[in-house]
Design a protein around this ligand. Structure first.
Ligand SMILES: N[C@@H](CCC(=O)N[C@@H](CS)C(=O)NCC(=O)O)C(=O)O
Length: 262
């Protein structure tokens, strides 16, 4: 029996749902509303001490961290092979995920909040905002996200985050010039892991960032044509969230082009 604690448009939830869908695994869904702080309740923190989604529970065993959850899914269940069998390809796959944990994921929070989500949060009373920040487990993240909430795209974190995404797309283009998928010839957990981040850029109206990177555009269309993408991503898109990302993202395109000197 699999249970997933997740949120509809959280990038880490999308990547775990995609691995589950590739394996055709059903799960009991516990959908959390991150805007309402469902991830910060004592009951949830008992499962995931970092107060973040996703968390997978398999026959009572609790597994956290999306990359680790996905490796567990790949190794534990039959069906589509999601992790390469040869050690060298596996290392390539892991290097892709490592970069998410080492900055790209944090930068996603920065750009999503700076361009769109802060406008939702700023509608709440100040006391509620303060209480939510106080419950964030990681103090570095708390300070970064507070700055982004207050300053939006003028935050010191915004321009470096956009530049990191530009580098991510350049690295993807380069890898995809020598193989069909990120870690080589086979579709793998690396492709699953990057699909939500590229999708987020697309929602934020930044798909022009791969106009000059045709292999990334082709990779994205192949990712989207997999039935697992519909199951894990599209099915969970929330119209109001997509709308605010589109509207606010569109208004920021020229600023981002200036940051990237384009
Ligand atoms: N390293 C973690 C990161 C998880 C994470 O940051 N989740 C976000 C959603 S994608 C979250 O729960 N945010 C809620 C919050 O920050 O309060 C993983 O890969 O699972």
């Amino acid at each position: 029996m699999l249970e997933l604690y997740h949120a509809s448009m959280s990038v880490c939830s999308e990547k775990v749902r995609m691995a589950l869908a590739e394996k055709a695994l059903e799960f009991k869904s516990h959908l959390l509303n991150l805007r309402e702080g469902d991830q910060q309740t004592p009951e949830y923190i008992a499962l995931n001490p970092n107060a973040v989604v996703p968390t997978l529970v398999h026959d009572g065993a609790v597994i956290i961290e999306s990359a680790i959850i996905n490796e567990y899914i790949a190794e534990s269940f039959p069906g589509t092979r999601l992790a390469m069998s040869d050690p060298l390809s596996r290392t390539r796959m892991r290097v892709w995920w490592k970069q998410l944990d080492e900055g790209i994921h944090a930068n996603t929070g920065v750009i999503s909040s700076a361009l769109a989500f802060r406008y939702q949060m700023l509608q709440k009373p100040k006391e509620e905002i303060d209480a939510s920040f106080a419950k964030m487990v990681d103090p570095v993240r708390r300070a970064r996200m507070r700055d982004v909430l207050e300053k939006g795209a003028e935050s010191q974190h915004f321009a470096p985050a956009m530049r990191r995404f530009d580098k991510m797309l350049a690295d993807m283009q380069s890898a995809l010039e020598s193989g069909s998928w990120l870690a080589g010839a086979e579709f793998s957990l690396a492709d699953i892991a990057y699909s939500p981040y590229v999708t987020r850029l697309e929602h934020l109206q930044m798909s022009w960032m791969w106009d000059r990177r045709p292999n990334v555009a082709d990779w994205l269309s192949r990712i989207k044509s997999r039935p697992s993408y519909g199951e894990s991503h599209t099915k969970w898109f929330a119209a109001p969230v997509v709308k605010i990302m589109e509207e606010r993202g569109r208004a920021a395109v020229d600023q981002v082009k200036r940051i990237l000197s384009l």
